[in-house]
Write a protein that binds this ligand. Structure first.
Ligand SMILES: [Zn+2]
Length: 164
């Protein structure tokens, strides 16, 4: 699933779970739960998961996530901001680890323990992720993710999800 939904879900969890450790655990768990829902990214058009096109998608993905979180943060009181950013990062963390592992592999880096932990995490991440035969068509998944993100942002701005 793309980063904006993971980040926004982590944000909303941070709002609902004030305890920092529980918030981080729930934020990370939300990532695996969302990845298990069919959302189209296993059916990306051929050639879109490598090279410049992939770099563009990652750049857009992270930019939209940053904009969404900035918009939500602007509606929150300053005392909550660190907690809410922590929740957003927790929601994104499994994909951050995926990205670090991908970078390490690209650079041919093998760091004792770290590389092994990243590999083990990736096995769990892959296990939890919806598999290609069960995934939604790419465009449908994209539309669903955009619709869900829009709904969450509208709810947040209407003040029903965030009241701080
Ligand atoms: Zn993921």
């Amino acid at each position: 699933m793309y980063s904006p939904l993971h980040a926004v879900t982590g944000f909303l969890i941070a709002r609902a779970v004030p305890h920092p450790l529980l918030m981080v655990i729930a934020g990370i768990a939300s990532h695996y739960a969302l990845d298990a829902v069919p959302h189209g990214d296993m059916r990306m058009p051929p050639g879109w998961s490598t090279g410049k096109r992939f770099a563009l998608i990652v750049g857009l993905d992270l930019s939209i996530a940053a904009i969404a979180i900035t918009m939500l943060l602007s509606a929150a009181t300053p005392a909550w901001r660190l907690q809410l950013v922590g929740g957003s990062v927790s929601g994104l963390l499994p994909d951050v680890l995926w990205g670090i592992r991908r970078l390490f592999n690209h650079l041919n880096w093998q760091i004792p323990i770290v590389s092994r932990l990243l590999d083990q995490h990736q096995r769990w991440h892959d296990f939890m992720h919806v598999k290609t035969p069960h995934d939604a068509p790419y465009r449908l998944g994209l539309v669903l993710q955009i619709a869900l993100l829009t709904a969450i942002l509208l709810l947040a701005y209407a003040g029903t999800a965030l009241s701080t």
